[in-house]
Design a protein around this ligand. Structure first.
Ligand code: HEC
Length: 191
């Protein structure tokens, strides 16, 4: 049933690729917990499984976060691209946030709408699905955990701040408190 609706949505939206995105074009479905996990969710889990251990081991080597900040600035995007290269054609992963650090992760209008819903509902468990212009997007919310605050929190050390501002002079991704909505991992699959 869900597959059929997605298919219908793709057909309806297929002609709209270059038009401005209006809320009407967005069809949303909550993910049914009993349903087999959609491929997009699997991609997100696999991606987090790659990037999380890399960040963790860098933080372990240097708990001040200086080394890991450099690692994130130099490697997070490369790792994302590298991961996408392993996915079948038409599938990809990206990260975005309302208050973002890397301009390459700037959200679009739909991203902003979905993320604002996460902020309002404070329910970060269930991914949100959006069908737009023939692409299925799945959004997984990332809460600000304790280990994130060293680089995204209210009291970032001057050393870490210096490293971050060097790469991202217009950084918006600071001042988060434990449990705040930090951003999302988005899976995109052409349907
Ligand atoms: C050691 C510092 C450091 C830690 C710890 C850290 N981040 Fe980041 N984060 C960065 C840097 C630097 C960037 C920008 C480079 C990039 O990843 O594209 C970034 C980018 C991001 C982005 C992409 C959107 C944007 O703002 O550009 C998200 C989402 C994010 N971080 C979430 C988290 C979460 C959630 C945690 C905790 C699990 C975390 N970060 C821990 C340094 C850090």
């Amino acid at each position: 049933m869900i597959k059929i609706s997605i298919l219908l949505a793709s057909i309806i939206l297929a002609g709209c690729t270059n038009q401005a995105i209006t809320p009407k074009q967005v069809i949303k479905k909550p993910i049914d917990e009993n349903m087999e996990q959609p491929k997009g969710v699997k991609n997100i889990i696999a991606f987090i499984g790659v990037i999380k251990p890399a960040l963790e081991s860098s933080m372990k080597e240097d708990p001040t976060g200086i080394k890991a900040s450099k690692f994130c600035a130099n490697s997070a995007m490369k790792m994302t691209k590298g991961f996408n290269a392993t996915l079948p054609k038409g599938e990809s992963i990206r990260r975005t946030a309302l208050k973002y650090r890397n301009p390459a992760n700037k959200p679009d209008a739909i991203d902003i709408k979905v993320m604002n819903e996460f902020v309002v509902s404070k329910n970060f468990d269930k991914p949100k699905v959006v069908m737009i212009n023939g692409v299925e997007r799945i959004y997984k919310a990332l809460p600000a955990k304790q280990e994130c605050l060293i680089c995204h929190g209210e009291n970032i050390s001057p050393e870490v701040k210096k490293v971050i501002l060097k790469s991202y002079p217009k950084d918006l991704a600071t001042g988060f408190k434990l449990g705040d909505f930090r951003g999302v991992v988005v899976s995109e699959i052409k349907r």
